[in-house]
Design a protein around this ligand. Structure first.
Ligand code: PGA
Length: 243
């Protein structure tokens, strides 16, 4: 069984004052991660108590150079990040990120010794057209580097239609996808794939966390809105630790 991971994605939310929400989130038995905006990573990493890790929401694939506004993995590591989310559907939609770009970023992340959290997910139109598994196969194949291991890579399944909408995939839908992703990874990476963490994301909250974490091959969650306050996130962390 891989070590479970409760990951929070603050997106473009948060302030120095709101870092007080991080206190008490660490857990001895599972990995707990918060990915605040880039401006808060260093101060959050300095303030984070034992058992709480701090990550980033994106990076550039290059080590340095003329890329105004971008941030390299070395810079994120220096700021104290241990993980980097890549390929979030909001980056794919708002910044037209391709699978090739996501893979290049993931390669830079693992080369830096950080952990890549690679996001994939189908739109509602794709699900309704019966294309969910083929879309996910294509994204997973093309976004995941050949050197991915359980130690350097996490996969997050986030159905686009369930992000920030209050809609959650039901446990049958999550179970179907996660067992499919496990089989896909096993075919490509062999036995090590059993330990690659598969996170579910999309409107995870205290009220649905326990049933989601009971689904086979769900090794944790990537949580947006409900990660912004300790009041909402702590019960999710506890539900994962108890699962
Ligand atoms: P949500 O976001 O929990 O607010 O739906 C999840 C995500 O985008 O990672």
């Amino acid at each position: 069984m891989p070590r479970k991971l409760a990951a929070g994605n603050w997106k473009m939310n948060g302030s120095v004052a709101q870092l007080s929400e991080l206190s008490g989130l660490g857990h001895a038995d599972i990995d707990v991660l918060i990915c605040p905006p880039a401006t808060l990573i260093a101060v959050a990493a300095n303030a984070a108590e034992t058992g709480l890790m701090i990550g980033a929401q994106d990076c550039h694939a290059a080590a340095s150079g003329a890329h105004t506004g971008d941030i390299s993995t070395a810079m994120l590591a220096e700021a104290g990040a241990t993980h980097v989310i890549v390929g979030h559907s909001e980056r794919r939609a708002d910044h037209a990120e391709t699978d090739d770009q996501v893979r290049a970023k993931a390669e830079a992340i693992t080369a830096q010794g950080l952990i890549a959290i690679i996001c994939i997910g189908e739109t509602l139109a794709q699900r309704e057209a019966g294309e969910t598994l083929s879309i996910l196969d294509a994204q997973l194949s093309a976004s995941t580097p050949d050197n991915a291991t359980a130690a350097n890579t996490v996969i997050a399944y986030e159905p686009v239609w369930a992000i920030g909408t209050g809609l959650t995939a039901n446990t049958d839908q999550i179970g179907e996808v996660h067992s499919h992703l496990r089989a896909h990874l096993t075919e490509r990476f062999g036995a090590d794939a059993a330990d690659i963490r598969l996170l579910y994301g999309g409107s995870v909250k205290a009220a649905n966390a326990t049933e989601i974490f009971a689904v086979p091959d769900v090794d944790g969650a990537l949580v947006g809105g409900a990660s912004l306050t300790a009041k909402d996130f702590r019960p999710i962390v506890d539900a994962l630790a108890a699962s």
